[in-house]
Design a binder for this molecule. Structure first.
Ligand code: SAH
Length: 273
């Protein structure tokens, strides 16, 4: 079993959490959809494809649709029943384009991704997809712990099979990255405008408040040296700058660079006076 903390988004080595997520396609009639599903999976780092009693076995057309994911297709396991496909899984989620008469615990796609990743460390988990023509039967849906419905247009809610695989695989991947990838966590927080930050060995990424206070003091001193802030009439300049820099949240390297700029401002004003 993989150590979730050690899992990285690059690794799809055996044992990675994403390799414990099975995509199960039940009774698919068009093998081009199987190829496209394989491609959708690989783009999201998933590799375990299981085909339950496919009507058309993957052929050249499926390979063409799989493009760079022919390995996923080649490694697909073919079984004859859904029971067989899920026998080692501790969490099984069935997908459905429409609400069924049968009430069952429901998940949203995001919650589904989170649950899959939260439990994949314990046992294999599975997402089950139905037939192009009629979806999953009630008996098949009853083999699942939860159902998930992509909240599509109510007037036309039935996605192409491979696109449903893509959408839900994306949710699995983003949940995985949110839980286990520091760079992704960094990018996904805040207002969405932040850029990926990197730090030097032994250096904190963001300055502590004491350093930030020294930064503002230096800023003020430099602005006084240039005459932008008038000693006895400072106005609200520093408050506004604090608000601006607080919003930007400069990292240690950026603060260092700004301090260099302040020093050069001080030097040139001294030379001019
Ligand atoms: N006509 C079928 C839809 C089949 S679409 C029906 O009415 O059930 C083929 C498969 O794609 C579905 O079985 C399901 O696995 C998936 N799928 C399509 N649209 C979906 C949606 N909105 N939410 C979840 N899964 C969906």
């Amino acid at each position: 079993m993989s150590d979730p903390q050690q899992d990285s988004q690059q690794s799809n080595t055996p044992g990675s959490l994403l390799d414990r997520v099975k995509i199960i396609l039940v009774n698919t009639s068009d093998c081009r959809n199987i190829g496209s599903a394989a491609r959708a999976m690989k783009t999201m780092g998933l590799s375990q494809l299981i085909l339950v009693d496919p009507i058309e076995m993957p052929n050249g057309q499926a390979q063409a649709m799989a493009a760079g994911a022919t390995d996923v297709l080649a490694n697909a396991k073919v079984v004859s029943t859904l029971q067989e496909a899920i026998e080692d899984c501790g969490l099984v989620v069935g997908t459905s384009a429409r609400s069924r008469t049968l009430p069952w615990p429901m998940l949203e796609p995001r919650g589904c991704g989170e649950k899959m990743i939260a439990e994949a460390g314990e046992y294999p988990v599975a997402l089950v997809f139905g037939r192009e023509s009629s979806g999953l039967t009630n008996e098949e849906l009853q083999l699942c712990h939860f159902h998930v419905q992509i909240p599509a247009n109510p007037d036309y809610s039935s996605l192409n099979l491979a696109m449903a695989v893509q959408t839900l695989s994306y949710e699995v991947r983003t949940s995985y990255l949110l839980a286990h990838d520091k760079n992704y966590q960094e990018r996904s927080t805040g207002n969405g405008k932040s850029v990926a930050k990197s730090k030097n060995e032994g250096e904190e990424l963001y300055p502590v408040s004491e350093e930030i206070e020294r930064f503002y003091q230096h800023f003020e001193k430099a602005l006084k040296a240039t005459g932008f802030i008038v000693e006895n009439h400072p106005g609200l300049v520093m408050t506004k700058l604090r608000r601006l820099f607080n919003r930007a949240r400069p990292d240690v390297k950026e603060v260092k660079m700004m301090r260099g700029i302040f020093a050069s401002m001080e030097r040139s004003s001294k030379e001019q006076s």
